[in-house]
Design a protein around this ligand. Structure first.
Ligand code: C5P
Length: 239
């Protein structure tokens, strides 16, 4: 069984290196950190180096989306950093996803590190069914679309997908036990929901089939981040 502390990924949702280091110092027990676009664009790979020096696991959430050749190049470069998880948009299509997979293996081999696990973004949760139907002109229901995108990612050899806790049970059933499912939108009962609309508790999300949980503000914006993290870990003990 995976221990709770290994399942919780905390996003470094801060604008610069100094604030990122402050957050890392505040939460020494967190083992897995997510670096997104804001921080990576601001301070580049230096942040990954800091995380490596502290022997942390890294989820590089840059959501690549481009033609196969460009996605492959970005994946080859990212793999060299020795990150553990990485995201790309499933809507880049089958050829881009397959090229990404091969490039991750190749980049990691050249650098002598393990290849990152690749996660598909099925559909941004900021998009609702109205956006899908009227703006994007996609003629299928939103849950079916997200599921199809996850299946496309699996068929193309990706390791998993990012999904909302509401989708996790169905995706786990359809995509099988080996597919990684990473869920943001998780809130302990004692935390504010903030702008997350459809939330689930950490325990319920893991029981529904999530492999990892991305939990930010309930930990980072709490008055006492280390005890908020400890409290969430406790709630997952034995799950
Ligand atoms: O603070 P909070 O727990 O809401 O942070 C969740 C993290 O997961 C943020 O970094 C957010 O950008 C990310 N995320 C999300 N919903 C998605 C994909 C990523 O909240 N669908």
């Amino acid at each position: 069984m995976i221990s709770p502390v290994d399942r919780i990924i905390v996003p470094l949702d801060v604008p610069d290196e100094a604030q990122a280091l402050e957050t890392l110092d505040k939460l020494p027990k967190v083992k897995f950190w997510k670096v997104g676009l804001e921080l990576f664009v601001s301070c580049g790979p230096a942040i990954l180096q800091h995380l490596k020096e502290r022997e942390k696991q890294i989820f590089l959430d840059l959501k690549f989306h481009d033609i196969p050749n460009t996605v492959a190049g970005a994946c080859r470069s990212a793999a060299k950093y020795g990150v553990d998880l990485l995201t790309l948009h499933a809507t880049a299509g089958r050829r881009a996803l397959q090229a990404a997979r091969e490039a991750l293996i190749e980049g990691a081999r050249v650098a002598g590190v393990e290849p990152p696990k690749s996660l598909a973004i099925t559909l941004l949760t900021s998009l609702n069914s109205r956006d899908l139907a009227f703006d994007l002109k996609v003629p299928v229901e939103l849950p079916e679309y997200a599921l199809n995108m996850a299946l496309l990612a699996r068929e193309s050899g990706l390791s998993g997908a990012v999904c909302s806790p509401q989708e996790v049970e169905q995706l786990r059933r359809v995509c099988g036990q080996d597919f990684l499912l990473v869920c943001p939108g998780v809130r302990p009962t004692w935390a504010e929901t903030g702008d997350q609309q459809r939330v689930m508790t950490p325990k319920a999300a893991i029981e529904a089939g999530a492999s990892y949980l991305v939990i930010g503000r309930p930990i980072t914006a709490s008055d006492d981040p280390p005890s908020a993290f400890a409290r969430i870990c406790e709630a997952l003990e034995g799950v």
